[in-house]
Design a protein around this ligand. Structure first.
Ligand code: 5GP
Length: 210
């Protein structure tokens, strides 16, 4: 947490099968300064996914209503479904001093980077393409057709990794979680995230120098 009080917004993206969901859960479980945003989606729940925990599951119509109401910070279509970040949660948690993490895909990440340039963007990738395919297949929750679409999407996404700030290779969950934590905590010391503190020091110094 920064002494200026406000939390940092971080986006974590990664190919389907990059293990980002597992890393995020571990990060939140191990450190209490993080708040993980829960997205809305029009995709159907996978076995074991819970409403309001994994996602807010909505129909396409309900999702479009959220768009009309300007209730989303960003949204995108990914492999035929809508995904979006509800606005309220993100800013209220940041104001409380929590570091908010969005686990979102690339188009949404780019919308946020444009609107909020102070956001930290991290891209997670498995160590190899074979590993990526193996993890998707091994999950056993998607059809071959959906897996093929996700692989195609990953090859398009690979072109935009350069627009992120950090790349972390996930070959070990513990190491990867530690690296993501270090990146976010280091970001607190970037002068761009310390503007308020710098201003307060400057004002203080002015008083003493007459
Ligand atoms: P999945 O269907 O595997 O849960 O998610 C598919 C993709 O959608 C992942 O890359 C995930 O990061 C992304 N995603 C999840 N929530 C959001 C969101 O709120 N906005 C955007 N733009 N992407 C999201």
């Amino acid at each position: 947490m920064s002494h200026t009080g406000r939390g940092i917004l971080t986006i974590v993206s990664g190919f389907a099968g990059s293990g980002k969901g597992t890393v995020m859960k571990k990060l939140v479980a191990e450190h209490d300064n993080y708040a993980l945003s829960v997205s809305a989606t029009s995709r159907a729940p996978r076995p074991g996914e819970e409403e309001g925990v994994s996602y807010f599951f909505r129909t396409r119509e309900q999702f479009e209503e959220m768009i009309r109401q300007d209730a989303l910070l960003e949204y995108a279509e990914y492999v035929g479904n809508y995904y979006g970040t509800p606005k309220d949660f993100v800013f209220s948690r940041m104001d409380e001093g929590r570091d908010v993490i969005l686990e979102i895909e690339l188009q949404g990440a780019m919308q946020i980077k444009k609107k909020y340039p102070d956001t930290v963007l991290i891209f997670l990738t498995p160590p190899s393409v074979d590993e990526l395919y193996g993890r998707l297949k091994g999950r056993g929750t998607e059809t071959d057709e959906v897996i093929a679409k996700r692989m195609k999407r990953a090859s398009e996404e690979a072109l935009s990794i350069k627009d992120y700030d950090y790349l972390v290779i996930n070959d070990n969950i513990d190491d990867c979680t530690r690296k993501v934590h270090e990146i976010i905590q280091t970001a607190h010391h970037e002068v761009r995230h310390e503007a308020e503190f710098i201003e307060s020091i400057r004002e203080g110094l002015e008083k003493y120098s007459g």
